[in-house]
Design a protein around this ligand. Structure first.
Ligand code: TYM
Length: 335
């Protein structure tokens, strides 16, 4: 039998999963677990760049795990693990850092943004975030990485580091991985505040969370930024309006989107009606998820079992790679 291709992706435990995380990443994870050898992890090392408190970190890790499972990840099909349960990742990170250059790391958009947002905490972990991410991906010799559009540049860096390693050691040990989405382009789900992407830390009212209670979802959607309406037939939609349509396209029936699109084009649209429909559709879409979260959260034994199983499987794969890499570099195998 042909060996299955390897898939890896992860999410930082910085809060509950929102629609952007789902449509940009988790939806693909669920589909891919039936087709590939998959590793999905919780990026707790990465979350240290913003200095979380130990007690918060644990709760958030647990929450992401519960939400992974509630969204449909199956520990019998995919390896679901915590990044820090695979400390071999940090050794690979160190090796990769030896061939990652200051100039290229400083040019990364997310680094520049974070440095602007948290000027008092521009730590080395932030700068080398892309090398840690490359280590995550390369430690299982993955080829497909399902992520949203915002991670595209990080994936380019991983490709660069993998190629550089192969060239330097005259090997083809690392496959060159690529960002993946079913369909074609990577997804970017916008926020409700009129511009940019949906994000966990973009401020109140921007993100809708999968586990959020219906009342709160309705309130946020009804408050979403709009404008005073089209002034000409078939006018191009301004960003805040386009954003509402983008969200509607992923949660609502195509007929619903078409209905409001026609109304926009013939200038009869009432944004209040559109938002009401959008809120209903988001609530309906996320309902089964909320039920599942409750069910899984009540079963601590199962949660512990999933973490343990994932850690064992991830380490088996990770140890092999790090041993091989040590040997290629000229060290002894020790793991
Ligand atoms: P994180 O935790 O910021 O986001 C997790 C995943 O959700 C996607 N995403 C979005 N997709 C579409 N629209 C949005 N508005 C949106 N917001 C978030 C992200 O693209 C991502 O796929 N660096 C990563 C975690 C990570 C990782 C890795 C990912 C660490 N190592 C190795 C892949 C492979 C991050 O911070 O994701």
């Amino acid at each position: 039998m042909k060996k299955k291709e390897i898939v890896l992706s992860g999410i930082r435990p910085t809060g509950n999963l929102h629609l952007g995380n789902y449509f940009g990443a988790v939806k693909n994870f669920v589909k891919m677990q039936d087709m590939y050898e998959c590793y999905f992890f919780i990026a707790d090392y990465h979350s240290l760049t913003t200095h979380p408190k130990p007690e918060d970190l644990q709760g958030k890790v647990r929450q992401v795990l519960i939400e992974y499972l509630a969204a449909g990840l199956d520990p019998e099909k995919a390896t679901i693990y915590l990044q820090s349960d695979l400390p071999e990742t940090t050794e690979l990170y160190l090796f990769l850092n030896m061939n990652a250059y200051l100039g290229e790391l400083e040019r990364v958009t997310t680094f520049k943004e974070k440095a602007r947002k948290q000027p008092d905490n521009v730590n080395a972990g932030l700068l080398t975030y892309p090398t840690l991410m490359a280590a995550d991906i390369l430690i299982h010799r993955s080829t497909y990485v399902p992520v949203g559009k915002d991670q595209e540049q990080h994936l380019e860096m991983t490709r660069t580091f993998a190629r550089r390693f192969n060239r330097m050691y005259k090997t083809d040990y690392f496959p060159i991985p690529r960002a993946f989405n079913f369909g074609d382009d990577l997804v970017k789900i916008p926020g409700l505040d009129g511009s940019g992407k949906m994000g966990k830390s973009e401020g109140e009212g921007n993100a809708v969370f999968l586990a959020e209670d219906p009342k709160s979802i309705r309130k946020k959607v009804m408050k979403a930024v709009t404008d005073s309406g089209p002034t000409e037939k078939n006018q191009k939609k301004p960003e805040p309006i386009e954003n509402l349509f983008t969200i509607m396209k992923v949660v609502s029936e195509p007929g619903t989107v078409e209905y409001f699109d026609d109304q926009y084009n013939n200038m009869t649209i009432r944004y209040g009606d559109m938002k009401k429909q959008l809120a209903d559709d988001i609530i309906k879409f996320t309902e089964p998820f909320r039920e599942k979260v409750k069910e899984i959260a009540a079963n601590q034994e199962y949660i512990d079992k999933v973490m343990k199983m994932g850690a064992e499987k991830a380490r088996e794969s990770g140890r092999n790679t790090v041993n091989d890499v040590r040997e290629i570099i000229g060290f002894k195998r020790i793991h």
